[in-house]
Write a protein that binds this ligand. Structure first.
Ligand SMILES: [Zn+2]
Length: 286
């Protein structure tokens, strides 16, 4: 009798065991949580406040990653270096490239100086979480990935997935309506994280830093001139940073610096807060 009970308990535990799903960046955790619900435990490879571009995983993270059933890659820079090691470290883990339906934008250095830009190579913009359309595309591949590693929960993943896609679409519509009056307006940000957001909602992103480097003096002068023409009143700085170039540009413009969150696992708030911050800036920053 005891044996039967133990076996039953064991089988129940198996049936309810969560699969571990690893993602590269925090906004993907929002997707996996919405789609996977209680069936999934999430590991975010890059810690919440770390740059998504460069990072070194800690031993504890590697240990957690080693138990993952799936890794959902989204095209951020560190995957090129680390994904192979993650795979060697986790023999049962399958890798899915959930960004493969996303049309990537190119970040052109000095987008404000076309002649300089023409002479330099653009870089792929990896901040795809700032587009609802890109999130929708990633949602589709995320649903299929979860089903591939955990087919028993297919119905759950499809139902949650449909609900998640509806949420993404609703948010996109909400933001499009909110930002409509500001069509073609320019904003200025230190780290160029909002390129996809700008493209999706008809705005223009001016940025200071390129490939984690500050601009040269001549470039900064060109940017200052353009920012004046665009009547920039706010210089956005990624939360937690206080780069000198942003401070000096702000004082040259008589503008203020304002912190903005550029990565978070609360994706809906991330998008709404960005829209609200930009609207406030377009209205003079007060
Ligand atoms: Zn970035």
């Amino acid at each position: 009798m005891l044996r039967t009970l133990c076996l039953a308990a064991f089988l129940t535990a198996i049936a309810h065991a969560k699969i571990i799903v690893a993602v590269s960046v925090a906004p993907q955790a929002w997707l996996v949580e919405n789609i996977g619900g209680d069936a999934v435990e999430i590991v975010v490879a890059s810690p919440p406040n770390a740059s998504a571009h460069t990072f070194e995983p800690k031993p504890a993270q590697m240990a957690k990653l080693s138990k993952a059933s799936a890794y959902l890659a989204c095209g951020v820079e560190f995957e090129k270096i680390w994904l192979k090691r993650f795979e060697q470290n986790a023999p049962d883990m399958r890798v899915f490239y959930v960004d493969r339906g996303v049309e990537k934008l190119t970040l052109t250095p000095l987008s404000y100086d076309r002649s300089a830009a023409a002479n330099r190579r653009g870089a792929i913009d990896t901040h795809i979480w700032f587009s609802a359309a890109a999130m929708r595309s990633q949602a589709g591949y995320t649903i299929e990935a979860l089903i591939a590693v955990d087919p028993a929960n297919e119905t759950l993943y499809r139902q949650n997935g449909a609900r998640t896609i509806a949420k993404i679409d609703a948010l996109r519509q909400e933001l499009a309506e909110k930002l409509k009056p500001y069509n073609d307006r320019a904003f200025l940000i230190h780290h160029p994280a909002l390129g996809y957001f700008a493209a999706e909602y008809g705005l223009r992103q001016l940025f200071i830093e390129f490939e984690n480097k500050e601009p040269k003096i001549g470039e900064l002068a060109a940017l200052t001139k353009l920012a004046k023409e665009e009547k920039i009143k706010v210089v956005f700085v990624e939360r937690g940073a206080s780069p000198k170039a942003a401070q000096s540009l702000a004082s040259a413009l008589g503008a203020k610096t304002e912190q903005i969150t550029i990565i978070s696992d609360d994706w809906e708030s991330l998008m709404r807060d960005a829209a609200d911050a930009l609207i406030k800036a377009f209205n003079g920053g007060d």
